[in-house]
Design a protein around this ligand. Structure first.
Ligand code: HEC
Length: 175
């Protein structure tokens, strides 16, 4: 392996340290929440919903007859992605709402510096919410690995509330 290739793979490894496509999600021990949401949390949950919404049973759970090995494996993998980024959110020494060049928001949306204040007011509570999501995602990965449609269906149904409880506290607590 020549020098350039070595450097290339080091950069690639750093970019993929959180299992994502290499966006500026984390630099050193600083984690950018906005990138984490857009580039890791969202793709993970959309990957899960993409499958489970199309395998819904009459009661709103997962119909095992509409699942197959590949679908279960994807749900498991995306749940593990979600656990990983959630743990990174809990573990980062410094939490930033967004990277300096990613602070712009639409009119009427909560400004990033306000979100930063919410997080800074109680970073330990933020980390606790992130860990709750990590544990929820781990349970979903285990249920998918066990092909346990009942448990997986209930965990997917409850995932929304896990997102929402953190958003209500740190994103738009005034609303
Ligand atoms: C531990 C706290 C926490 C959890 C858990 C969490 N979020 Fe977030 N999320 C935030 C914060 C804080 C913001 C506001 C900053 C921002 O816009 O990125 C946010 C913003 C977002 C955004 C907007 C990103 C943008 O700026 O365009 C999306 C989309 C999002 N979250 C999706 C999710 C989904 C889906 C889940 C659940 C699977 C989730 N989040 C779980 C804290 C959390």
């Amino acid at each position: 392996m020549n020098m350039l290739t070595k450097m290339g793979s080091a950069v690639l490894l750093a970019g993929c340290a959180l299992g994502m496509g290499g966006a500026a999600l984390a630099e050193g021990d600083v984690l950018y929440l906005r990138s984490a949401m857009k580039d890791a949390v969202n793709p993970a949950i959309f990957g899960i919903w993409d499958i489970t919404n199309n395998a819904m049973s009459d009661s709103g759970g997962i119909d095992p007859a509409l699942m197959d090995e590949a679908k279960w494996a994807t749900v498991e993998a995306r749940a593990l992605d979600l656990a990983k980024v959630s743990r990174a959110m809990a573990a980062a020494a410094t939490l930033r709402a967004a990277a300096p060049d990613d602070m712009a928001v639409d009119e009427g949306a909560v400004p990033m510096d306000v979100i930063q204040r919410h997080v800074d007011a109680n970073p330990d509570a933020f980390r606790a919410f992130a860990l709750v999501q990590a544990e929820h995602a781990d349970k979903l990965a285990n249920a998918a690995a066990a092909r346990d449609a009942t448990t997986a269906g209930a965990l997917v149904a409850d995932l929304d509330g896990v997102c929402e409880s953190c958003h209500a506290r740190f994103w738009y607590p005034e609303q």
